[in-house]
Design a protein around this ligand. Sequence first.
Ligand SMILES: NC(=O)c1ccc[n+]([C@@H]2O[C@H](COP(=O)([O-])OP(=O)(O)OC[C@H]3O[C@@H](n4cnc5c(N)ncnc54)[C@H](OP(=O)(O)O)[C@@H]3O)[C@@H](O)[C@H]2O)c1
Length: 303
Amino acid sequence: MRGYPALTMRVLVGGGTGFVGRALTRLLKDRGHEVTLVSRSPGKNRITWDELSRLGLPPCEGVVNLSGENVLNPLRRWSESFRQEVVASRIETTKALAKAIAGAEHPPQAWVLVTGVGYYRPSHTTKYTEDSPGGDFDFFSRLVTHWEAAAQIPGEVTRQAVVRSGVVLGKDGGAIAQMLWPFRLGLGGPISSGHQPFPWIHVADLAGILVHVLEREGVSGILNGVAPTAVTTTNKDFAQAMGSVLRRPALLPLPGFAVSAIFGPERSIMLLEGQRVEPKRTLESNYCFAFPDLPSALRNILI
Ligand SMILES: NC(=O)c1ccc[n+]([C@@H]2O[C@H](COP(=O)([O-])OP(=O)(O)OC[C@H]3O[C@@H](n4cnc5c(N)ncnc54)[C@H](OP(=O)(O)O)[C@@H]3O)[C@@H](O)[C@H]2O)c1
């Protein structure tokens, strides 16, 4: 990110102990801001969800929610109870933060939620911007609709924004942590045909967009959290770029039936299908991507 902020902020981050939260916390601290996390477990510089609901919002100028049970945990069967956990961990935490903001004596300047591009209907051809319709056709799209609705607070005092993120790529978590070893061993490759779009973002840019929204007066509403070149990236492009950066063959496709067997048909949509998403409003808000193309992002992550 360019320049230094004029004012330091106190930022409350729900789910800030996770993969994106660690990158966001680092960036906020580097820029001189103070960070408090909301977590299920107590600890230093943290409050628990129970404390938030009992004591209300601690003094802060910015709030972000990143909480959510990991949907693609291969060790969890896609059962009704796991689906409920996936939903509740996002919607109940978002509601709790929105309620605390609405009830605060000194409301924060900015409130940002991260959801997902699962809002848009998977397609090989349609390109989506923040203005495109969606949110009403399957489990994940409806989840995003309810998640974003849970964040709404009345009034204009607090600026509200939602970042719809693509697959987040980074060193210490997310998709790459799960896929790295097959690729290192030369056993990586595209998922199924590999023709499905692969909407991706470097974790440093997702954290960057969140800080940009917190710091910039006037940035609000929906912002797509994908790299500018993600709109033309396919899963096969991703596999080839991984192979090329790691100097390994990446030709062995992971068959669709195997993905469905591991994750279940409903959840495997996230891997077998994808959306072509453009970060139109994100670029219009003058956010400058550090990693706009896949080779530079993967070199930064893997080398
Ligand atoms: N990573 C991606 O590729 C991606 C893509 C699109 C959208 N997103 C969204 O971005 C957000 C952050 O992603 P991430 O990869 O950083 O997530 P993560 O590391 O899997 O989890 C974030 C945090 O959520 C909290 N959490 C986990 N399970 C929970 C549960 N059952 N109830 C309440 N809290 C729970 C945990 O915090 P505590 O243990 O401290 O409570 C965890 O550190 C998530 O909402 C995710 O859906 C991520």
